[in-house]
Ligand binder design. Structure first.
Ligand code: PGA
Length: 240
């Protein structure tokens, strides 16, 4: 695990955007695994800035998002479909047909999960997976459990996740289920970058880096991945 600490979230975002830019500039068709939540927003802003400055292009890129809520219309302001379009896709030259976001309203969610895995495989696998981390150590929506998950599946969200994310659901109840890449899907990415900022993430980062590898802290599995970089601010790194 490579760990880099930054004084500001802007400096962190520049470094994260550098990692994306290197891949986007390489020949071929990069496959990006993307994340939602507050953590990646400064990185997406920096990527948009670089796209507008003519430094990078997404025209050959394919993207797969980590997760999506169930029981929430695709165009709801809190869906991850809406989030990704507002925060990144609407501002860059990504081709809509190359954007993959799980359909949390699919009539057969199991079939949706299997088709997502098949789409990732047929794209050649994920080159670079961006992750945030929950205060409970979740990655994607893989909540603490007694076993590591494998492929994309439907999950009941943990109480702590509902509490953290309810702040966004000002005019209605937050969904209690989501569909998410599994730990196996995430671990199959060739390169992983995890972003964490703020003191609320410090304990989860300590367990991820220094704790046992256990499904009680899903992010701890990253200790077994050959190419993981943690980009942290000083508050998130304060317990390691
Ligand atoms: P956050 O969420 O970036 O909004 O803190 C991260 C996560 O829960 O995975």
């Amino acid at each position: 695990m490579r760990i880099i600490t930054f004084e500001t979230s802007d400096a962190l975002a520049v470094q994260c955007a550098d990692i994306f830019a290197e891949l986007l500039r390489s020949a071929g068709a990069p496959v990006l695994g993307l994340a939602t939540g507050a953590s990646p927003v400064p990185t997406y802003k920096e990527l948009i800035r670089r796209y507008k400055a003519g430094e990078i292009s997404f025209r050959n890129a394919t993207t797969f998002n980590l997760d999506e809520y169930c029981e929430l219309p695709k165009n709801d302001k809190n869906s991850y479909f809406s989030f990704m379009h507002e925060q990144l896709f609407d501002h860059v030259d990504i081709k809509e047909e190359n954007v993959h976001i799980l359909n949390g309203n699919a009539p057969d969610l199991k079939a949706e999960a299997q088709s997502y895995e098949a789409r990732i495989r047929s794209a050649g696998g994920i080159d670079l997976q961006l992750l945030g981390i929950g205060t409970n150590g979740h990655i994607g929506f893989n909540e603490p459990d007694n076993k590591f998950t494998k492929e994309t599946f439907v999950v009941e969200l943990a109480q702590s996740t509902v509490k953290s994310n309810s702040i966004y659901f000002t005019d209605g109840a937050m969904p209690k289920h989501a569909i998410t890449m599994g730990i196996g899907t995430i671990m199959a990415a060739r390169k992983i970058v995890l972003i964490a900022t703020g003191r609320s993430k410090a304990a989860a980062i300590r367990k991820t880096v220094l704790g046992d590898v256990t499904p009680a802290c899903p992010a701890s599995i990253l200790q077994f991945h050959p190419d993981v970089t943690l980009l942290l601010d000083e508050a998130a790194a304060s317990q390691i």
